[in-house]
Design a protein around this ligand. Structure first.
Ligand code: GAP
Length: 461
């Protein structure tokens, strides 16, 4: 099938793709839309479209696979978004989950005090430039809500700002039913809500987002070692979904900047187009959380070690990742443009998302060469039915074949399968029931038997 030859685009460095291009592609192709768009949007909230939801699902499924299903020492749970307010009192969130905030007296903008730009050491409003700002005040990031028909202090609670607390609160129940011994972990994926003062950088800092969290419980003497272990495991995870190691950075939080109860915290960061920013925190939280809930609830959340006959409160190492941030990192990292030249010497820019096949939203595009040839269409639909139970596919019969390839390149589909007259046996029996398999990144094409397609594609997903 006709395709073009790639040449790196000298005008663009893959490392410096402007965010506007990412945002525009995300909207144009259905990865991410502004929430409530037809009503002017809702700041800090995003809706994922057909491709975005597939990307996130692949990411979460892979996380669940390697963190829960492939391990003996980790089980999953799915806690409620609404918890008793006592949970948030005990965890410290009601008291201290705050950001410092200032108001601009000139334009009335509300801003994060620790993110203000400065001129000659004096902070100024990032919206209007005024230096007339209020003193910083603590602003609690939790969304308040009320449970039941009355709306007063007695019915007040919050939308959870992290998934982790449900794990601590259910620690004893999960331990008993799963009959695990330390070290063991509880994993959870779910929505979290924070009323961020300045949501920004597209989905990076949102008010509603998803977390993938593991609380890995252990004996106190194992904590430090397990912190290092989980840092390595998590870096390996990001490489396995296609984020290049050189774009991942590890930032060790200095002792005077981390939470007082933490005995070590690493941030895993990624080189986004807007700077190097946190993807995940890996924190050794000691026995702080369980101790808080023991004190507040009066219930025993300790552990009895059958071998040593000792009873103690487990320590915990917590790798806590953001689904939305990782999805954004995957899109930014995958985005590429190159100049391609066709046989007639005509050049054009090819936009391609170089997703790892494992997380690509659509795995294969299936194309009958001509849409008005019933035999080609029937064969292509047969292949669609063959692959569909195993992977997300996209059947496309409209437009020139080069255009169809290009549309799939732009959404990162790793394989293109074209049914042509050779497939039908019109050019001899040798090529009957074979198709052209086109590889997205190299644009190389090979002739393969239909019966071999699953065997070639599946191991790469
Ligand atoms: N339980 C620990 C905890 O919640 P965190 O560092 O506040 O730790 C963990 O959050 C991860 O959740 C972050 O590394 C980030 O990936 C994601 N996250 C936090 N706030 C976010 C926001 N406003 N928008 C998108 N993702 C966010």
């Amino acid at each position: 099938m006709s395709d073009q030859q790639p040449k790196a685009n000298p005008e663009r460095s893959a490392d410096r793709v402007p965010m506007e291009k990412i945002v525009s592609l995300c909207k144009r192709r259905g990865f991410v839309f502004q929430s409530s768009e037809i009503y002017g949007g809702l700041n800090g909230c995003w809706d994922y479209g057909p491709l975005g939801v597939e990307l996130k699902r692949n990411l979460k499924d892979y996380w669940w696979r390697v963190m829960v299903r492939e391990r003996d020492d980790i089980v999953g749970m799915d806690g409620a978004i609404l918890q008793n307010r006592a949970v948030w009192k005990a965890s410290g969130h009601e008291e201290t989950f705050t950001d410092p905030m200032v108001d601009c007296r000139t334009c009335k903008a509300r801003l994060r005090a620790d993110q203000l730009p400065q001129k000659e050491g004096v902070p100024y409003c990032s919206v209007c430039g005024s230096r007339d700002l209020t003193e910083a005040r603590a602003f609690n990031l939790m969304f308040v809500t009320y449970v039941g028909a009355t709306q007063d202090e007695s019915s007040k609670t919050y939308l959870r700002p992290e998934t982790a607390q449900a794990i601590f609160v259910q620690f004893k129940n999960v331990l008993e039913v799963s009959r695990k011994k330390l070290p063991f972990g509880i994993a959870q994926i779910g929505k979290a809500f924070r009323n961020e003062i300045n949501p920004r950088n597209f989905t990076f800092r949102s008010r509603e987002f998803e977390q993938m969290e593991l609380e890995y419980f252990c004996a106190p003497e194992q904590g430090r070692e397990l912190l290092e272990y989980w840092l390595k495991e998590r870096l390996r995870f990001y490489e396995n979904i296609g984020l290049p190691r050189e774009k991942l950075h590890v930032h060790e939080i200095p002792a005077d900047e981390r939470a007082f109860y933490s005995q070590g915290t690493y941030d895993i960061e990624f080189e986004f187009p807007f700077g190097i920013q946190e993807l995940e925190g890996v924190a050794y939280r000691t026995d702080y959380d369980l101790t808080q809930h023991i004190k507040a609830s009066g219930k025993p959340l300790d552990y009895f070690d059958e071998e040593t006959k000792q009873r103690f409160i487990p320590h915990v190492v917590e790798p806590s990742a953001g689904v939305d941030r990782t999805a954004l990192a995957l899109i930014c990292s995958a985005y590429d443009e190159e100049t391609v030249t066709d046989e007639k010497g005509k050049t054009e820019t090819r936009i391609v998302l170089r997703f790892h096949p494992r997380i690509a939203p659509v795995k294969a595009g299936i194309f009958p060469l001509l849409k008005n040839n019933e035999h080609l269409v029937a064969k292509a639909k047969e292949i669609t039915a063959l692959l569909r139970p195993h992977m997300m596919i996209f059947y496309d019969e409209s437009g020139a074949i080069g255009r169809r390839y290009r549309r799939q390149d732009e959404i990162g589909t790793p394989f293109g399968i074209t049914v042509d007259f050779e497939t039908l046996g019109e050019k001899g029996d040798e090529l009957k029931d074979t198709v052209t398999l086109r590889h997205r990144d190299s644009m190389k094409q090979e002739r393969v038997a239909i019966k071999d397609l699953l065997g070639i594609i599946l191991p790469q997903l």
